[in-house]
Write a protein that binds this ligand. Structure first.
Ligand SMILES: [Fe+2]
Ligand SMILES: [Fe+2]
Length: 170
């Protein structure tokens, strides 16, 4: 086995975090879907797919290094959002939390001199910069628009002005 057992355990926990994020984004997407904001819904459904793909990167890495994939129990995701701003703020908070988790995994890879894990995690470090940045942009848009201006946010998203390029590049 190439990766240390401690790191494999941490990667398994991260599989849970990424799948948790994926499910949280489904809850957020469906909120926007019910509110008849199809572009916001589409944005969050796509985010959900991306988070599943993140989880799969960890799954593939654990398998490739001969570790055992053990997917942890996941807490229920939040539902019942009061406003678009609340929903997007939750997404930003989630991305900031995931960034901390990735940084902590990188700290462990560095301290155990695991160069393969470091190289794998570098992709995530870069990805989190984009994820936090696009969620901050979306939050500012939603705040500026207010409840009555959400159709403007829809039109911005339809034009591909938030995070679309990131998604397309993957
Ligand atoms: Fe992720
Ligand atoms: Fe993310």
């Amino acid at each position: 086995m190439l990766a240390s057992e401690k790191l494999v355990a941490a990667f398994n926990r991260q599989i849970g975090h990424e799948m948790g994020a994926s499910m949280q984004y489904i809850a957020l997407a469906s909120y926007f879907d019910v509110e008849t904001l199809p572009e916001l819904a589409r944005f969050f459904y796509r985010q959900s797919e991306e988070e599943r793909e993140h989880a799969m990167r960890f799954v593939r890495y654990v398998v490739e290094t001969g570790g055992e994939v053990a997917i942890p129990a996941m807490p229920a995701v939040k539902s019942g959002f009061g406003s678009a701003e609340e929903a997007v703020q939750l997404s930003l908070d989630q991305e900031v939390m995931v960034t901390r988790q990735i940084n902590s995994l990188m700290d462990q890879a560095i301290s155990s001199n695991d160069h393969a894990a470091r190289t794998m995690l570098e992709w995530f470090v870069t990805e989190q910069v984009e994820e936090v940045s696009s969620m901050e942009t979306l939050l500012r848009m939603v705040q500026r628009a207010g409840d009555s201006g959400l159709l403007f946010v829809e039109s911005y998203l339809a034009q591909g002005l938030v995070g679309q390029a990131d998604g397309a590049a993957e």
